[in-house]
Design a protein around this ligand. Structure first.
Ligand code: SF4
Length: 322
C-alpha cells in the first residue's frame, strides 16, 4: 500500500507531497459526489490505521529523494482517500512531520471537529481546509450523507471553536471548501446561510468547487456557471478572498499583454464583472472582440446577477485539483 504520493502541483499548496494516513475509503461521510464511489466504509470512531513513525519515516525518505533531484517541496499534505481525522495518531503524525521543517497541511471534511482532541491535533498544522457543503441539517444529510452518530450542531460549533483558536495563531492558513451541487445547495437561502457561516469562521480563503470527476451518485450534478457566479457574489459579501477551485493551476492574474490568456486564467478562478474585463482589455491593448470570440467558442459564458454582467470560464471537462 502506497502511503505517499507526489510531489504534485496544486494551486493552493504549490508542490505538495500527499500522505495517506487512513486506509482508502474509510470516512465519516458518504458524499453523493465522492470520487471514491459508493463503497465507502462510514465510521466515526477514531483509531489507529498506521503507526505514525512508519509514515514519518517514509516522508523523510521521500523528502531526501526529492531534494537529491534538486526539486522543491512546499507542503506535506495529509489528504487520504477518506477522512484524515479518523486517525487516532493525527497529532503525533503532524508533530513528527513538522520536524522535517516543511509546513504541514490537512484537508478534512470537518465532521469530527466537535471533538476537542481533533481540534487540538489540527492546531499543529500550518494549513487546514475544512469542508462546508451545507448550513442546514437537511442539506448536509442529503449531500454529505453523514454517519448517523454525527451531530450537525456539534460539528458547526466545533468548527467555530477551532477556527477562533486557529486563526488567532501566527503563521496559520485556514481555508474552507464548498462543493456546489446543482439543485442541492445552490438555492439563494442555502447559499446565504453557508456564506454567513463560512464568514463567521474568518477563513483566509473560501474555495468553491464542483464535482469534475465521476461522482458516487449520478444525480450529483455540478452547479452551473450561473450558480457559481451567484455563489461567488454571495460568499464575497462575507469573506474577502473567495476563489473557484476548478483545477486551474496557474496563478498569474496580472495583465500579461495576452488578453486571451489573462481572461481564461482569471475567469477560471472567479467570475469577472464586465467593467473588470473592459479594464483588463484596455491594459492588454485589446478590444472586446476577444471576449466575443471566447463566447462564440463557448470557452467563456456570460451571466447576469444582481444587475451586473459576469463572465465565467466554462467548467465542464476540466479536472479539479485538491
Ligand atoms: S468527505 Fe471526502 S472522502 Fe469522505 S465521502 Fe465525502 S468526498 Fe468522499
Amino acid at each position: 500500500m502506497e502511503h505517499l504520493f507526489g510531489p504534485v502541483p496544486s494551486r493552493r499548496l504549490g508542490r505538495s507531497i500527499g500522505i495517506n494516513n487512513v486506509t482508502p475509503k474509510h470516512c465519516t461521510y458518504a458524499c453523493i459526489y465522492c470520487q471514491l464511489g459508493r463503497a465507502v466504509h462510514v465510521e466515526t470512531d477514531r483509531r489507529e490505521f498506521y503507526r505514525p513513525e512508519l509514515l514519518i519515516g517514509e516522508a523523510q525518505q521521500r523528502i531526501r529523494d526529492v531534494y537529491s533531484r534538486g526539486e522543491t517541496i512546499d507542503y506535506l499534505t495529509i489528504v487520504p482517500d477518506g477522512e484524515p481525522t479518523l486517525d487516532l495518531h493525527l497529532e503525533e503524525l503532524i508533530c513528527g512531520l513538522q520536524e522535517t521543517g516543511i509546513p504541514v497541511a490537512v484537508i478534512t471534511n470537518g465532521s469530527l471537529l466537535g471533538s476537542p482532541d481533533v481540534r487540538r491535533a489540527l492546531l499543529g498544522a500550518q494549513w487546514v481546509s475544512i469542508k462546508v457543503d451545507a448550513a442546514s441539517t437537511a442539506v448536509w444529510k442529503k449531500i454529505d450523507r453523514p454517519h448517523k452518530l454525527l451531530d450537525h450542531t456539534r460539528l458547526l460549533r466545533g468548527a467555530e471553536l477551532f477556527a477562533a483558536e486557529y486563526t488567532a495563531r501566527e503563521g496559520t492558513f485556514l481555508a474552507t471548501e464548498t462543493m456546489l451541487i446543482g439543485d442541492m445547495n445552490t438555492s439563494e437561502a442555502e447559499l446565504s446561510s453557508i456564506a454567513r457561516f463560512v464568514g463567521s469562521l474568518q477563513p483566509d480563503a473560501a474555495y468553491l468547487s464542483i464535482p469534475t470527476r465521476p461522482p458516487a451518485e449520478s444525480f450529483a450534478i455540478p452547479a452551473g456557471e450561473a450558480a457559481l457566479a451567484r455563489a461567488y457574489h454571495v460568499f464575497s459579501e462575507h469573506t474577502s478572498r473567495v476563489e473557484h477551485l476548478t483545477g486551474y493551476e496557474g496563478d498569474e492574474f496580472s495583465a500579461t499583454g495576452v488578453a486571451i490568456d489573462d481572461l481564461m486564467s482569471i475567469t477560471a478562478v472567479h467570475p469577472m464583472r464586465k467593467e473588470a474585463v473592459e479594464a483588463l482589455l484596455q491594459r492588454d491593448g485589446s478590444s472586446f472582440d476577444v471576449v466575443q470570440g471566447l463566447l462564440e467558442a463557448q470557452a467563456l459564458l456570460c451571466t447576469e446577477y444582481d444587475g451586473h454582467t459576469y463572465y465565467v470560464r466554462k467548467f465542464r471537462d476540466r479536472q479539479m485539483g485538491r
